[in-house]
Write a protein that binds this ligand. Structure first.
Ligand SMILES: Cc1cc2nc3c(=O)[nH]c(=O)nc-3n(C[C@H](O)[C@H](O)[C@H](O)COP(=O)(O)OP(=O)(O)OC[C@H]3O[C@@H](n4cnc5c(N)ncnc54)[C@H](O)[C@@H]3O)c2cc1C
Length: 389
C-alpha cells in the first residue's frame, strides 16, 4: 500500500486519491462479505470471534500506519480513518476494535516507542497481536489524571498495582498500554505509560461489561497486583505519560468521529432501502415529501460530519494543528449519529424497534460516541478553551 495521499491543501476533502479509494472500497467489500453475516450473532453473544480478528490481520487493517519495514501497511492516519468508517458502516464494534488498534495503540507506539519497543512489538501488532489502551479507572474518567494505579520501582523493574476499568479490546488484547502514577504527590507529572503483556505475572483481565451498544466490542476491567514491568517497557519518559495520553487521545477522537460517520451511513443505507420497499397509502413511504425531507436533512448532516472528520484527519497527516477540529468532529459526528439512527428507527416504524431489522442496534451503538475518548462536555471544554482563550 502506498502512502501517497491527495494534496491535503488543495483537494476537496472528500476527494480520495486512487490509493485511498481502492483501500476504502476493499475494506468495505470485506466488511460487507465477512462481517455483515455475523453482526447480529456477535451483538447477541457480545463477542467478536477470533477467526474474524485473524482475518482482519490478514487484510492488513491491524497495522495500517506501521512502516513496511516492521511488517505493516506503511499507510497514513487518513487510511485508518477510512478503515474505521468502512467497518463501522457494517458494524461499529469491529470499527472500534480496528480503531483502538490503529489510532491509539499503534499510534502511541510509533510516536513514543523507543527503537527497541518498535522492534519488539510493531511486527507482532501488524501480524497477530491486538492492543488495548488503559487509562480510565472507577474514580477517574473525565478527570483521567486523578488515577490511583501505582507504579513503584523494584530493582530493575517497575511494579504496577491497581485497577483499570472500561478497557476496550480487553478480551482480545495481548498488549496493553497502561497508565499509572509513579508519584501521586506530583499530580499529572507522575503519570507514566507502560507496556504490559497479557502473560505478565500479577496481571489479569477481570469482568467484562454487559453494555447497551457496541456489545460485541469487549469492555473489561484490568487488575494489577504487583505486576512486574521491565524498565525497557516504559513508553516515552517516566512522568511524561500525561503527554502520551493527551496526544494519542487527540488523534483517537478523530477515529471515533470516523466510527460515528460510518455508523450513520450504515443506518441511512438501510433506511433508504426500507423507505423504497415499504408501502403505505398505496405508495412507497419514501415518496412522501415529509420522509424525503427527513432523509435529505440526515444526509446533509452526515456530509457535514464527514467533512469535519476528514478535515481533522487530513490536518493531522499534514502535521498542522488539529486538536480543536478533532474535538469538533467528535462531538458533532456523535450527535449526528444519534439523530440519524433515531430517524432510522422512526422510519422503520414497528420494524425499527425489533432485532430482526438492523437499525435498533445502530441506534444503541451510536450512544457511545458521546461518552468515550472524552465526553461531549469535555470536547466542548477543549473547543471553548481554544475560541475563548
Ligand atoms: C464502552 C466503553 C469503552 C471504553 N473504552 C475505554 C478504553 O479503551 N480505555 C480507557 O481508558 N477508557 C475507556 N472508556 C472509559 C471512557 O473514556 C470514560 O467512561 C469517559 O471518559 C467518561 O468517564 P466516566 O465514565 O468516569 O464519566 P464521568 O467523568 O464521571 O462523567 C459523568 C458526566 O459528568 C460530566 N462531567 C465530568 N466532568 C465534567 C466537567 N469538568 N465539566 C462538565 N461536565 C463534566 C461528563 O461529561 C459526563 O456527562 C470506555 C468507556 C465505555 C463506556
Amino acid at each position: 500500500m502506498s502512502t501517497q495521499t491527495s494534496d491535503p491543501i488543495r483537494s476537496a476533502l472528500t476527494l480520495l486519491s486512487e490509493d485511498e479509494r481502492l483501500f476504502r472500497d476493499s475494506v468495505y467489500e470485506f466488511a460487507d462479505r465477512e462481517v455483515r453475516p455475523l453482526v447480529r450473532e456477535m451483538d447477541e453473544q457480545a463477542r467478536i470471534p477470533r477467526a474474524l480478528v485473524d482475518k482482519l490481520f490478514g487484510l492488513g487493517v491491524m497495522g495500517i500506519e506501521i512502516p513496511e519495514a516492521h511488517g505493516g501497511a506503511g499507510a497514513s492516519f487518513f487510511h485508518s480513518v477510512l478503515a474505521v468508517e468502512s467497518f463501522s458502516r457494517v458494524d461499529p464494534s469491529v470499527g472500534v476494535l480496528v480503531d483502538v488498534q490503529n489510532t491509539l495503540v499503534i499510534n502511541a507506539l510509533l510516536r513514543w516507542g523507543s527503537d527497541d519497543i518498535k522492534r519488539r512489538y510493531l511486527p507482532k501488532m501488524a501480524a497477530s497481536v491486538v492492543g488495548a489502551y488503559a487509562l480510565s479507572e472507577a474514580g477517574s474518567g473525565s478527570d483521567a489524571f486523578a488515577m490511583t494505579t501505582r507504579a513503584a520501582e523494584r530493582g530493575e523493574e517497575w511494579s504496577i498495582t491497581g485497577r483499570k476499568l472500561w478497557i476496550t479490546n480487553g478480551n482480545e488484547a495481548d498488549l496493553f498500554i497502561v497508565f499509572a502514577t509513579v508519584n501521586p504527590e506530583a499530580g499529572y507529572r507522575g503519570i507514566t505509560a507502560f507496556l504490559v503483556e497479557r502473560g505478565f505475572p500479577g496481571f489479569s483481565v477481570g469482568k467484562k461489561e454487559d453494555k447497551l451498544g457496541i456489545r460485541a466490542s469487549s469492555t473489561c476491567e484490568l487488575l494489577f497486583e504487583e505486576c512486574p514491568v521491565p524498565r525497557a517497557n516504559v513508553l516515552g519518559e517516566v512522568g511524561k505519560g500525561y503527554k502520551v495520553a493527551i496526544e494519542t487521545l487527540n488523534e483517537g477522537r478523530i477515529g471515533i468521529g470516523a466510527q460515528m460517520i460510518g455508523l450513520s451511513r450504515g443506518a441511512l443505507d438501510h433506511t433508504i432501502k426500507y423507505t423504497r420497499d415499504r408501502k403505505q397509502f398505496g405508495k412507497a413511504i419514501g415518496e412522501f415529501q415529509a420522509v424525503k425531507h427527513q432523509l435529505a436533512r440526515a444526509a446533509t448532516e452526515l456530509e457535514a460530519a464527514r467533512l469535519l472528520v476528514y478535515n481533522a484527519a487530513r490536518l493531522r497527516d499534514a502535521q498542522q494543528p488539529f486538536v480543536t477540529e478533532a474535538a469538533m468532529c467528535k462531538i458533532f459526528s456523535s450527535e449526528v449519529a444519534e439523530r440519524v439512527t433515531s430517524l432510522s428507527v422512526n422510519l422503520h416504524g414497528g420494524n425499527g424497534f425489533v432485532k430482526e431489522y438492523p437499525v435498533e442496534k445502530l441506534y444503541r451503538d451510536a450512544k457511545i460516541g458521546q461518552i468515550y475518548e472524552g465526553t461531549s462536555n469535555l470536547q466542548l471544554e477543549t473547543i471553548a478553551k481554544q475560541i475563548l482563550g
